[in-house]
Design a protein around this ligand. Structure first.
Ligand code: KG4
Ligand code: ZN
Length: 341
């Protein structure tokens, strides 16, 4: 019998302070998340300085809670996995320094994890990964199509040329006066409206796998401003449905085409926007129709946003490969996938 691998994960790249204990990369023993959303709401977005302060206040509480809920002590932990980047430098530093401190005191290996690798590995709590696979990563800071041929190796085949999908959601939500983060509210409004505005579907028919959402965002904002200037009624539900239809059309079309071209066995959805109901429903429908042999995996809603279980899951794979950092590790706000693995 092989020995269990128990990893403590830490995530602090943006506005969630999180710690989690994961056994063998798939069994979540605890998953503690302290969200700061309420503190950032009144500013309409994440304020880096406030985020850092919250992380400092929360990190030890969250770590203790994660160990207690898992029923383990540091002596049961094989390694500490922490988000090394990308993200806000001041926020990342809190997690990285907490990880380094624990690693030093308890003499444990430390593993730096790329935040997006974490989002992809959230799917491992649903089903074991099989290769080759394609992951559609849609978060507040990233929109990427990633092909994997083995654990821990990522090939970005397409990405956004401007705004990330989540960022576009949050900006159009703000135009309608919705509170940060507005993505989920646009999603809810969209469910009650119709695609009457027919906004552009940027780059949908181009042969590459890149995306662009800033033109769509501008069309949306201009439409709202024009309606306001003319003092015409604003149908928020139809606006939201039209925006969402454009985003989902492009994401789904390009993802299905890439899944076919790369002959993948699985299609994984990852990142905060993976919580989007419209996107989830369309992917389920189109995958069944267009690529029925490809297994679609969608993380549970609780693991779509930032959490540390996904960081521990990705860290487990690196631990198994024998890849780890040391106490010279630093926060890396612009960390690239290619640099980590
Ligand atoms: O992955 P995440 O928690 O943070 C980053 O790594 O960026 O993603 C946060 C993003 C925010 O932009 C938020 O508005 C968006 O995910 N989001 C959604 C939904 N839930 C969260 N966007 C659209 N529909 C949703 N249901
Ligand atoms: Zn994230």
């Amino acid at each position: 019998m092989t020995k269990d691998i128990v990893i403590l994960g830490i995530e602090s790249s943006c506005d969630e302070t999180a710690a989690s204990v994961v056994k063998n990369g798939t069994e979540m023993l605890s998953n503690v998340i302290a969200s700061q959303i309420d503190s950032h709401k009144r500013f309409g977005g994440v304020v880096p300085e406030i985020a850092s302060r919250h992380h400092v206040e929360q990190i030890t509480i969250v770590l203790e809670e994660a160990l207690t809920q898992a029923g383990v002590t540091m002596s049961d932990i094989d390694a500490i996995a922490v988000t090394e980047g990308p993200g806000l430098v001041g926020a990342l530093l809190i997690g990285v320094n907490a990880a380094k401190t624990l690693a030093f005191i308890h003499n444990k290996p430390i593993i730096g994890v790329h935040h997006i690798a974490g989002h992809i590995y959230a799917n491992r709590f649903e089903t074991e990964m099989t290769f080759p696979l394609l992951s559609l990563v849609v978060s507040g800071g990233h929109t990427e199509l990633v092909v994997m041929h083995e654990h821990g190796k990522f090939e970005i085949i397409g990405e956004t040329r401007d705004d990330a999908a989540g960022e576009a959601y949050d900006k159009v939500a703000r135009t309608l006066g919705l509170t940060y983060p507005g993505g989920v509210q646009i999603d809810r409004l969209a469910a009650t409206g119709e695609d009457t505005f027919r906004f552009p579907r940027a780059m949908m028919n181009e042969t590459d796998y890149d995306f662009s959402f800033s033109g769509l965002k501008s069309s949306f904002i201009n439409t709202v401003h024009n309606l306001r200037q003319k003092e015409m009624p604003i149908n928020e539900a139809d606006l939201a449905a039209s925006f969402q239809a454009s985003v989902v059309d492009v994401l789904v079309a390009k993802t299905i085409r890439a899944a076919k071209e790369f002959s993948v066995t699985q299609l994984l959805l990852a990142g905060g926007v993976a919580a989007n109901q419209g996107l989830r429903e369309r992917l389920i429908k189109e995958t069944a129709l267009e690529i029925p042999d490809v297994q679609l995996i969608i993380p549970p809603l609780t693991l779509c946003g930032d959490n540390a279980a996904m960081i521990a899951a990705a860290g487990t794979v690196l631990f198994e490969k024998g890849t780890h950092g040391d106490l010279t590790m630093n926060a890396s706000p612009g960390l690239l996938f290619e640099d980590t693995y």
